[in-house]
Design a protein around this ligand. Sequence first.
Ligand code: MN
Length: 245
Amino acid sequence: MKSHGHARRPSIAITPDLAGPSPDSLHPRYELKVAYAEAVLRAGGLPFVVPYSDDRSVWEAYLERVSGLLVTGGAFDVPPDLYHDVPHDGLGLLKPERTAFELGLLRAALARKLPILGVCGGMQLINVAHGGTLIQDIAREVPSARPHQQNHDRAQPQHPVDVKEHSQLVECLGRGQLMVNSTHHQAIKRVGEGLMTTATAPDGIIEAIESKDGSIIGVQWHPELMGRVPGGQDLFDALVRESAA
Ligand code: MN
């Protein structure tokens, strides 16, 4: 390997959100929570935000230039037809253009066996890409569930999760229970083929999944807001480490 006098930083593609058009801005904009980019930089990665395209050759061109993929979350739901369901009461806002791009990019990344981290809606999309299904609204479909949409500062914890032994997740975070934030009204219903549940909340809601080889990890919480506590920065460290391998 040639030395250029600087550390090699694996390039990580990050999917942005789409905002607008709104009364404030007639033209739609891409948006990315600063914390996502900072977490990748802190982990030693080089973050690249990838604008949407419906062109398969653009997805491939992006993925040729990166070593890992971070699928972010946002305040929107995955269209139920993508997991062979009809809309139920409680289904939230859809962003079909964003989901179509992310699903295309994700499937192309899976085919290339790139390391992938999915956060919140990104985790749910990983599940759908593997043939899994979603609970469209936790409060309506699982009345016994405890609150998963916290009203206080999202950097603060909301509920515990139990991390499964013998998982890549436990290698990242250590054993046992950890506290996580929670800002989701949907959750995984049936886990997709080739994936396993690696963390659950006390009410049974699935909070993390991963592939059998551990190269794909999805978490329902927001690690980018948690800093250096178990389940926070360490997940981005793991993504960048895997992407460097
Ligand atoms: Mn939760």
